[in-house]
Ligand binder design. Structure first.
Ligand code: TRP
Ligand code: SF4
Length: 554
């Protein structure tokens, strides 16, 4: 494999410090793929994972791995590289509190070793005590990819069998098809009332040619993601590739929009945005420190402080401030709001904003707030509650009054596997991937003919070492063939880059291991047939061929 022209943001950590990066290939420096767009229906290769942190706000998994109990090898090796808000899930797993994991699969082809990563993530979370859900995104495959129901039925079965064969426990979880899950479809409908077409245009590039079913498949996925919380709210993780991040972000927004109350921190009657609030918090903090007994910090003082911190006198009657001299628009608007509030006391509090609550639920909330409180038309302020307690109370009141009380779903992101022929691993290029249904001998052959990070000659390789970081075969070791054995993965890496390992033998070993894996997996799949047939899941769709099927709108 040849590298793309390196740029300064392009250098993968693994080349700088292999120890820290846990010996990972760069997972997709496929030629030409240096733009980072997150498109769930596009063909995703991610050239530079770092941009995902900078441009999309995905957080680094490394930073929180310490808080994860018994981290999975995919986490330890940095294959799972990013997350959104995984902290609450890790905490729930640590404390044996309720948590859930859910992911979905479009049955557009055979399940392959890339899908196995997600199967493993679901199963691992299940083993750590989370409720587990695996779903077949058949509505999406039909609407967005135009597959017929017959094709979908065939692939759906294959995904489910592999998931079971790898250890998914249906007694502690649920497998379903979107088309067969009435609750999901009903929830999708409700969520649709909180989503706007303009948003879909912005997020997914939908336009006047996009079919309504495709749009419906989006709200269906939103409902999938929130489905684990229908009985009871709980932290939920969605393990996916980073291409699914737009869906995750939308689901987080929709979950928040469904809530009865929004809890914020406030200092006086008016609403502030986050930036204004930070300024007001600072003003309050300093002035409260300066106040003598009997003196009260008022909004005008806060305004004055933000204009000139040294000119404030707390006993001044009604000081006026010149706002026009402020360049910073945030500061200017904070000052204006404070001035409007005049002699109103400036005091920290938590605020419950009424978003979707019924009058009864609002009443119930007001009643259940302990300590000093102040009630307004559309919000209520509580002076003796911590933000955490307020958040918990808001959820409790919502659930007791018939709402869902959704937690915003969390996600973890794994690297895409590089194709065996270089480039990206794709379901539509058989030689690029190893299907979980491939005959073991075929799997063996595919590994034997894979591209490597080897040098041109054995001498050169002994001298310079191989480039494990760019080697799809090494990736097979790291992502799959080493299993839980970190020492083995590290040994392969060290031997490769140290020049002791030559590609011929290395591939032979990998091919052998792949053959064994496939043989064993397929045996387990055969055993899982009976289990699957006993589950309450419709394996043959009653849906018929419909006019226009096979199109999709892509
Ligand atoms: N859109 C996903 C894909 O393209 C499939 C999917 C449907 C999904 N519902 C989901 C993934 C819920 C995660 C969670 O593969
Ligand atoms: Fe890849 Fe193995 Fe060759 Fe190293 S020795 S480049 S890991 S095939």
């Amino acid at each position: 494999m040849t590298d793309d022209t390196p740029t300064d943001t392009d250098a993968d950590d693994s080349r700088v410090d292999p120890e820290r990066r846990r010996h990972l290939p760069d997972g997709g420096t496929a030629a030409g793929a240096d733009d980072v767009t997150l498109d769930p229906w596009g063909s995703s290769t991610i050239a530079d994972y770092r941009k995902l942190f900078e441009e999309f706000g995905i957080e680094e998994f490394d930073e929180l791995i310490e808080s994860v109990p018994n981290p999975h090898y995919l986490m330890r090796r940095g294959v799972i590289f990013g997350h959104r808000d995984y902290g609450p899930v890790a905490e729930a797993l640590r404390n044996d509190d309720p948590a859930a994991v859910l992911s979905g699969f479009m049955p557009t082809g055979d399940p392959h070793i890339g899908h196995k990563l997600v199967f493993d993530e679901i199963i691992w979370h299940q083993q750590q005590g989370a409720e587990a859900y695996g779903l077949i995104a058949d509505l999406e495959a039909h609407a967005a990819r135009g597959l017929t129901w017959a094709e979908i039925d065939e692939h759906a079965r294959d995904y489910l069998l592999s998931l079971l064969a790898l250890g998914f426990d249906p007694d502690e979880g649920e497998l379903y098809r979107q088309s067969g899950n009435r609750e999901v479809q009903d929830l999708a409908f409700e969520l649709g009332s909180k989503a706007r077409f303009a948003e879909f245009e912005g997020i997914y590039g939908f336009d006047s040619e996009t079919s309504i079913s495709h749009m419906q498949s989006v709200v269906t996925q939103m409902a999938d993601i929130l489905y684990p919380q229908m009985e009871e709210p709980k932290p939920t993780v969605i393990p996916v590739g980073p291409d699914q991040d737009p869906h995750v972000r939308l689901s987080r927004d929709l979950a928040a929009r469904m809530r009865f109350f929004k809890v914020t921190e406030a200092y006086f009657s008016q609403e502030l945005d986050d930036a204004e609030r930070a300024l007001v918090a600072e003003a309050y903090g300093t002035l409260a420190g300066r106040a003598d007994a009997g003196q009260e910090v008022r909004c005008v003082h806060g305004a004055q402080y933000l204009v000139d911190p040294d000119a404030v006198t707390l006993d001044a009657d009604r000081p006026t401030v010149e706002v026009s001299e402020l360049d910073d628009p945030v500061r200017a608007s904070a000052v204006k709001k404070l001035q409007n509030a005049g002699m109103e006391p400036l005091r920290p509090r938590v605020r419950f904003l009424d978003r979707n609550a019924s009058p009864d639920a609002f009443e119930d909330l007001v009643e259940r707030i302990d300590g000093e409180k102040r009630r307004y038309d559309e919000h209520v302020d509580a002076f003796d509650l911590s933000p955490e307690d307020a958040e918990a109370l808001a959820r409790e009141v919502e659930v007791d009054n018939g709402g869902y009380g959704f937690h915003m779903p969390s996600s973890v992101y794994h690297r895409f596997m590089t194709g065996l022929t270089g480039g990206k691993m794709s379901s539509s290029i058989p030689a690029s991937h190893i299907s979980l249904l491939d005959d073991p001998a075929e799997g063996y052959d595919k590994v034997k003919s894979a591209t490597t990070g080897g040098r041109d000659t054995a001498e050169e390789q002994r001298e310079l070492g191989g480039e494990a970081d760019k080697c799809p075969v090494y990736e097979l070791y790291a992502y799959l063939l080493s299993g839980d054995d970190d020492d083995f993965a590290k040994r392969v890496y060290d031997e490769c880059v140290g020049g002791e390992r030559l590609c011929g033998d290395c591939k032979e070993q990998a091919a052998q291991l792949m053959k064994e894996f496939l043989a064993e997996h397929q045996e387990k799949r055969a055993e899982a047939e009976e289990l699957l047939d006993g589950l309450d899941i419709e394996l043959e769709s009653p849906r018929r061929r419909v006019a226009g099927e096979g199109g999709g709108d892509d």
